[in-house]
Design a binder for this molecule. Structure first.
Ligand code: PMP
Length: 435
């Protein structure tokens, strides 16, 4: 029969090249391949599986819903599942955080949410120009790609990506000068040559761009600057949101209130596609149906999304649990990074990584980890960061287990281990590409 994936699936496929096995079953932080190997998942569907695989607290209501004869597809019609999700989102997420946002259901992926945010910002302000940051990642459709930094992905567009400019993210200039100086001067000086932007779009932690975390003070300064110049602030919380950095929204630590927020990935909690764009009520100038789509809000995803909110965000206990696991992860990663010369730990909460001075080291650490039963991907412009994203629900024991494999992989790659890859099998480490 040969390899149907290689013979039929497009060359564009990526993760399956790095993790060349056929996965079959999954539970919590574990994935199982059809040949019987067990993998601990420090990837979590790139942030789409914050509550682990097949979480029973979400699975059971989903099965009950599917069995009950309820509505599965309904465009944006009113359904009981949608009502429950909106009620839970308002009661457990918006109200306790004193956030007043309208909820717009967009197409179900992160890039759909970003497209809606950009379109709305341009419509509200009547301006076309949008600022984004170095190493930003916002998605693959043309609008979102125009605010994405990665040159390989940008070239894939095949047409000029315009009406946007890229400006330095926190730390891009090593703080010399202050990374917001250019923006401040450009906004204040009418001779700067920069068209006044409709919006600035930012990730509080750049997941794909190399797990770079902006400082809370930098985010506050950016928010103040935008407000002062009546430029809308869009926070793309597609990856860093839903608890990944320790709080439901990643911007809570900075104490800012963005004008527009993009969410997707773990919003359904179960790996089912669901996305929203949130915005200040006074920005809600859409005409009915002006921005639509067939899959705006998917009822099974509403069911699991509401269950995730009820089970994990009803109170502060889950935040404490994430904080404990994050402290364990960062301590473990510091030990691991200590074994690679010139490396350091990056990130916030359970969106963390190890910067390696060269991409080959990161690539090999990821490959050896896989051979030893751990999924960790690489990120950053050259794939120089080992990106570590366990489920938020992971146990302390499983976290320690995964960190052990990572540590052994690093020792093997840096030559510290005489017998590398002891856990599962020896496997030639080739130069697998990053996404
Ligand atoms: N924004 C951010 C911050 C992301 O990390 C991603 C996906 N990695 C996207 C947008 C795009 O999401 P999707 O792949 O679901 O379109």
């Amino acid at each position: 029969m040969g390899d149907i994936f290689a013979s039929v699936e497009s060359e564009v496929r990526s993760y399956c090249r790095e993790w060349d096995t056929v996965f079959d079953r999954a539970a919590g932080e574990w994935l199982y391949s059809e040949d019987g190997r067990k993998y601990i998942d420090f990837f979590s569907g790139a942030g789409a599986l914050n509550y682990g695989h097949n979480n029973p607290l979400l699975l059971e209501p989903l099965i009950a819903y599917l069995r009950s004869g309820s509505v599965i597809h309904s465009l944006d019609m009113k359904t009981t599942a949608k009502r429950r999700f909106l009620e839970m989102f308002q009661e457990l997420i918006l109200v306790p955080r004193d956030l007043d946002y309208k909820v717009m259901f967009t197409g179900p992926t992160g890039t759909n949410s970003v497209e809606a945010a950009l379109k709305l910002a341009r419509k509200v302000t009547g301006r076309h120009h949008v600022l984004s940051f170095t190493n930003a990642f916002h998605g693959m459709t043309l609008g979102a790609l125009a605010v994405t930094g990665n040159s390989m992905k940008r070239q894939g567009a095949g047409i000029p990506l315009n009406n946007t400019s890229s400006i330095p993210y926190d730390g891009f200039l090593n703080g010399q000068p202050d990374d917001l100086l250019w923006l401040r001067c450009a906004l204040e000086d009418s001779g700067s040559g920069m068209d006044k932007p409709a919006a600035v779009i930012v990730e509080t932690v750049q997941g794909e761009g190399g797990v770079r975390a902006a400082r809370a003070s930098w985010l506050r300064a950016l928010s103040d600057l935008c407000r002062h110049h009546e430029v809308l602030l869009i926070v793309d919380d597609v990856q860093a949101g839903c608890g990944r950095t320790g709080t439901f929204f990643s911007f809570e630590e900075a104490g800012i209130q963005p004008d527009i927020v993009c969410m997707s990935k773990s919003l359904s909690g179960f790996g089912l596609p669901l996305a929203v764009t949130l915005f200040r009520p006074d920005l809600d100038i859409w005409k009915p149906g002006e921005h639509n789509g067939t899959f705006r809000g998917h009822n099974p995803a509403f069911v699991t999304g509401a269950a995730a909110l009820e089970n994990y965000w009803n109170g502060r206990e889950f935040e404490s649990q994430i904080a404990a696991r994050a402290a364990q992860l960062h301590a473990g990663l510091a030990t691991v990074a200590g074994k690679i010369e010139g490396s350091h730990v990056r990130g916030r909460g359970l969106l963390a990584g190890i910067y390696c001075p060269d991409a080959a080291t990161a690539r090999n650490v990821s490959a050896v980890s896989f051979a030893s039963g751990l999924l960790v991907e690489t990120s950053g412009p050259q794939g120089e960061v080992v990106k570590v994203m366990p489920p938020l629900t992971i146990s302390a024991e499983s976290m320690a287990y995964g960190l052990d494999i990572l540590c052994e992989a690093v020792r093997s790659v840096t030559g510290e281990l005489l017998d590398p890859m002891p856990r599962i099998h020896r496997r030639e480490v080739t130069g697998v590409g990053t996404r």
